[in-house]
Ligand binder design. Sequence first.
Ligand code: EPZ
Length: 421
Amino acid sequence: MDRILIKGGNTLSGSVRINGAKNSALKLMAAALLTDEPLILTNMPDLADSRFMAHLLNHLGVETERRDDRAMVLHGKTLATPFAPYDLVRKMRATFNVLGPLIARHGHARVSLPGGCAIGARPVDLHLKALQAMGAQIELEEGYAVAKAPKGLHGALINFPFISVGATEHAMLAAVLADGDTVLENAAREPEITDLADCLNAMGASVSGAGGATITIRGVGSLHGHTHRVVPDRIEAGTYALAVAAAGGDVRIENCAPEHLGALWDRMRAIGVTVEPQDAQCVRIVQNNGRCAAVDMETQAYPGFPTDLQAQFMAVMCCADGASIIRETIFENRFMHAPELVRLGADIMVHGREAVVRGVPVLHGAPVMATDLRASVSLVIAGLIAQGNTEVSRIYHLDRGFEGLEQKLSALGADIKRVSG
Ligand code: EPZ
């Protein structure tokens, strides 16, 4: 199994280019099920997760072709089956979002439930309730959601009891071809939601209000093909910004959307890092003041601090000057990186959804193990500042969401490499 070896101590300088957002790309790919014309996604990241989603779509009858210009062509001219088996769903929750489009296109579907994952139980009850409100009859049978909508899906008023990115996206994907108007209240406001709405609208849908708490979708008879550029990955951009905060240096983060990271910039400025947006696609991060200050942080739905950057922020706090309280409000079990950071010499106490991180002057390299995607990159950031050698194993987690991580960090001056076996 591949591992990443890091020799800590180098500062970072230069520029790094950010890819399209994984978490947007996966839902945009599901939109290909809604039309018999080609959907072309440009600025597509090439990741284990996007390849996995492509496999599922291929099984469902969507042809996919990865082009050299970082585009993917998806063509669901005739769909093969409304059946999404366990093996093609279990590894990645975003695959469950095919259920709504399959019901819309076939009138019925059978999709494996995704199951829990390392960061929490992550049920799909809100997804199912939204589809049921739109007229789908859904039974849970032997680990599958078996759904039918003999009269088609219809518009509905759906008031989410709490914010869910996936359920908001799923309801949008199902509602665009439903009969009548659907109103989503307490909808997620993430940039990936707006990206999906923009793409669906350009395919002929009528979605308004995305980016706000209420989204209205007027059902249309059919959607057509379109070429859509995937929104930049704010989590990848934020990860490189936090790597600079930890290791020190001066880096331009390009092809990103600095406006999507306001809550991160607020915390980074509070710890003493210079954040200079250069234009709508580029931000410069400078940290040459020695140790960062420690500040508290709490994850929240957008526009709050993203849970997907919590682990990376914790890595920075490990060597900050003072103590920081980090509160995770989105997932119940998202501190698995803490014991691994402790192996590098960090002082972290976890109490339920809160972690107290007392900054130490130095971390020391050690073998550590990745447990999930964002946790693994936090170990890489810690490795950049640790004295000596850090070896991160189980890096298949990293490959799910960070394309070319070691090449990009090494181009910025880090001593990092991947080894096989
Ligand atoms: C998306 O997950 C992202 N994944 C996650 O990124 C991200 O952390 C999360 O949104 C929050 O921003 C993708 O987009 C593929 P939720 P999602 O529904 O949609 C609970 C990464 O590392 N909930 O907003 O699954 C849920 O358990 C990943 O890239 C229910 O109880 O997140 C959680 O506690 C990790 N019932 C909370 O809501 C439901 O039906 C928010 O989850 C749905 C969710």
